[in-house]
Design a protein around this ligand. Structure first.
Ligand code: FAD
Length: 318
């Protein structure tokens, strides 16, 4: 079922959902199941599965030289979505990236999703590769998420690349896109970023999931500004509990987000990561309670491969 239908059918009740990352190549999918199992009692209508960009690895050739190869360390997003959907009878949302994929490869991936009965996809540009300063699309790939949204929307209208299809079996994907309450790190201003967000919605996006934020005021202001911009699709807050002290530096550095002073001082008082984890849980519960009271459509948690803290949070709320 489409995410937008899940939201409509909930009759105003806030839903619980979460995002997981595929295991590293060579590991078992059981690890993922072990993280999903404890969260299923909270009846998530959907689970997101991220996609990672390809990266360089250096193979020792044995003669003092290194061979540079390109590889994806966490492959299998669509397969994982199919496996989870089948095992738990839950909707899954594969993240589809512009970066690293030609439009043709994207089309094949979407056709796979359509055959697998996957009704939702999250359309993202992806980040630059680790050796790049700026994002560069590969030759024949989509440049911005908006272009990817347009490609998916075209498939929904039965328009495949190169106009080569004879049948009329249209896809009907519900399309999610990313939104940034504190603006995307490359955007020159929040207002410009909102205009770009509006372009994604105009291209066919059905809902928005936000980047993590720790101050609800940022989300509420963002939703208001988006409405003023003419964006009328659901805006789902994405939430991450802080779990280790290093997050104080890492999250602002990677995502260019601000952390509230009160949270920073609580974390700085902690002497162990166990204490940090507890502060993260309590902060997230308070944050979630306020969002619940405001009637957000879904509370969407970034699990980053660990579910024990998300479980504690969900148990306090759902
Ligand atoms: P876009 O919407 O294309 O925007 C990228 C930048 O370009 C923005 O600064 C925007 O303002 C600007 N822009 C847009 N259009 C134009 C234009 N026409 N001209 C000039 N500038 C323009 N990354 C992953 O690799 N895998 C994942 O699974 C993943 N999941 C995510 C899930 C969520 C909910 C979020 C919020 C992010 C996720 N990301 C993921 C990170 C995301 O890929 C990065 O934040 C990326 O840098 C931007 O992606 P986007 O889809 O927002 O890009």
């Amino acid at each position: 079922m489409k995410i937008t239908d899940h939201i409509k059918n909930s009759n105003g009740k806030t839903l619980f959902s979460f995002e997981i990352i595929p295991p590293k190549k060579g590991n078992s999918i059981q690890e993922l199941y072990n993280n999903i199992d404890p969260l299923m009692e909270f009846n998530p209508p959907f689970i997101d599965v991220t996609t990672s960009r390809e990266e360089y690895v250096y193979i020792d050739k044995g003669n003092g030289l290194l061979d540079r190869k390109i590889t994806r360390m966490r492959p299998g997003t669509v397969g994982i979505c199919a496996a989870i959907k089948h095992k738990y009878n839950v909707d899954t949302v594969p993240h589809v990236l512009c970066g690293g994929f030609t439009k043709e490869e994207t089309e094949y991936l979407l056709v796979d999703c359509h055959y697998l009965g996957i009704d939702n996809v999250m359309a993202l540009r992806g980040d630059a590769m680790s050796h790049q300063k700026y994002f560069e699309p590969i030759e024949g790939g989509n440049e911005y998420a908006k272009d990817l949204v347009a490609q998916i929307h075209n498939l929904n209208c039965g328009k495949y690349l190169h106009d080569v299809v004879e049948g009329n079996n249209k896809a009907n994907f519900c399309i999610g896109v990313a939104g940034y309450p504190e603006k995307h790190l490359e955007a020159p201003s929040l207002q410009t970023d909102l205009k770009r967000l509006k372009e994604k919605v105009d291209a066919g996006a059905d809902y928005i999931v936000t980047q993590m934020f720790f101050d609800n005021k940022k989300y509420f202001e963002f939703v208001e500004a988006a409405k003023n911009m003419g964006i009328n699709v659901p805006i789902i807050p994405g939430i991450k509990p802080l779990a280790v002290k290093r997050h104080l530096q890492l999250l602002p550095q990677v995502f260019r987000i601000d952390l509230p002073e009160e949270l920073i001082s609580e974390i700085e008082k902690c002497t162990t990561n166990q204490q940090v984890r507890q502060v993260g849980i309590e902060w997230t519960i308070q944050q979630s309670k306020e969002l619940l009271a405001a009637g957000v459509p879904v509370l969407h948690y970034y699990s980053m491969g660990k579910s024990d803290n998300i479980r504690e949070i969900a148990a306090a709320l759902f």
